[in-house]
Design a binder for this molecule. Structure first.
Ligand code: SF4
Length: 427
């Protein structure tokens, strides 16, 4: 069943007040992911000076709490430690979005990044990557690698750690196993990010235009068929719910066009290393955003600490989700009293559905897109930045003109008579 917007909190983020600033420090990458939106190596590493300017722009105009350092692969940028330190000096949280290749068996580098100010990592790992030493591995075989990074970050300590994957129809059934693994590692895995695969289908009913002229779109997300494009956030949510009654979402963002679209779905599950008890509801999500804004002047999405005191169960007084989790927890304590002394954690699951091309050619983006990035001194959606890099603007989709099918001739637009063309009146 699809989640209902009425039962969730709508994130209050906007273009001007958004917890996330998306920074791309390079477009080079040391692997290839099928779902990647970026053309590898078209422009190379940005200079430290340019990167600082972009950080300043994000801070000034977006009021960010964190800067997501992305790419390309950010850990191959030669100035990555200085970049992290600069973001920290600007009182924002540097979070590194990485494939982890440079961190494999390299704990010292992780320690250096933490010392420079990094608050954590989101590791993107899935079976559609051509990752050195792991090529051709199944999603299940990749658990060894996920565990390696989770254990390494746990041993360093004080880091936010989440794992991301692109979800295709082909690996949707694996998602519950990933959630199970994350739940079992709740003391070292703060969250999961699941991104529904999207591409733009060439040919078919649409043509693509820039400045009114047709183009042959060359971005990495063009495809011949839409067979894989229409996995929605609700599909991924339903897949998780099939296996985990404790899982429920509590916050969302909609789309910019269709009233029923859900682009971001966020949940916060509560549990210990042995059992999951439930998920917080919309009231706690709202409280978290409002209190952070009152205290720090920014909204929030990442917190390095995810261990919570049991007194947090008192939030059940105002939040139904926490109330249910509290009941489950104390019933379990009656069965196994040792559970009372186990640390309690919160673990997030973020589901993201990218842009959709609607029947009439409009593109439905994420409302208040948190992943706007800087291109040529302005903010653009990071998922569509290659349109700017290749064509200098967003590409417009337009339905191809249909030929008349009833044997009648189609009147060309400039041959349609208009009032001003009528013959002058004889009166
Ligand atoms: S619109 Fe923004 S948030 Fe949505 S997929 Fe694109 S970049 Fe990400």
């Amino acid at each position: 069943m699809a989640p209902s917007k009425r039962n969730m909190y709508r994130f209050p983020w906007s273009g001007n007040d958004n917890p996330i600033g998306w920074l791309e420090v390079t477009d080079r990458c040391n692997t290839y992911c099928r779902g990647c939106y970026r053309i590898n190596g078209m422009q190379g590493h940005k200079s430290l000076e340019q990167i600082k300017e972009e950080i300043n722009l994000l801070k000034t105009w977006r009021n960010c709490d964190n800067i997501s350092i992305a790419g390309g692969e950010p850990l191959i940028h030669p100035d990555i430690l200085d970049i992290v330190a600069y973001i920290r000096s600007q009182k924002m949280k540097p979070l590194i979005l990485t494939n982890g290749i440079r961190l494999e068996n390299n704990r010292e580098f992780m320690v250096e990044l933490k010392k420079a100010g990094a608050v954590g990592f989101t590791f993107h790992i899935d079976s559609e990557q051509h990752r050195p030493r792991w090529k051709g591995k199944t999603e299940h075989e990749l658990f060894e690698l996920r565990q390696h990074f989770a254990d390494m970050a746990h041993s360093v300590g004080g880091l936010f750690v989440s794992f991301g994957m692109t979800v295709y129809p082909g690996n949707l059934d694996f998602v519950p196993d990933l959630v199970r693994w994350a739940n079992q590692n709740i003391d070292r895995v703060h969250g999961l990010v699941l991104i529904g695969f999207r591409n733009a289908v060439m040919g078919g009913d649409f043509e693509y235009l820039v400045d009114g002229k047709p183009i042959n779109m060359q971005t990495s997300y063009v495809a011949d068929s839409d067979a894989e494009s229409y996995l929605t956030s609700s599909d991924i949510y339903a897949k998780i719910q099939e296996s985990f009654p404790h899982y429920e979402t509590s916050a969302y963002m909609g789309g910019t066009q269709a009233h029923d679209k859900i682009t971001w779905l966020v949940s916060a599950q509560l549990g210990t290393r042995t059992r999951m008890y439930g998920s917080v509801g919309p009231k706690v999500m709202e409280l978290f955003q409002v209190i952070h804004h009152l205290q720090h002047g920014t909204y929030v999405i990442y917190s390095p600490s995810h261990r919570i005191p049991k007194i947090a169960f008192l939030l059940g007084l105002l939040d139904k989700g926490v109330r249910q989790a509290t009941g489950e927890f104390f019933r379990e304590v009656l069965r196994r009293p040792g559970e009372l002394f186990r640390p309690l954690y919160v673990q997030s699951i973020g589901i993201i559905q990218g842009p959709d091309l609607l029947e009439d050619g409009r593109v439905d983006m994420c409302e208040s897109c948190p992943d706007m990035t800087v291109w040529d001194g302005k903010l653009v959606h990071s998922c569509r930045m290659d349109e700017w890099r290749l064509y200098g603007s967003y590409v417009v989709a337009q339905r191809r003109a249909k030929e008349a099918t009833n044997g009648q001739e189609v009147i060309a637009p400039d041959a349609i008579p208009v009032v001003g063309d009528a013959a002058p009146s004889s009166n």
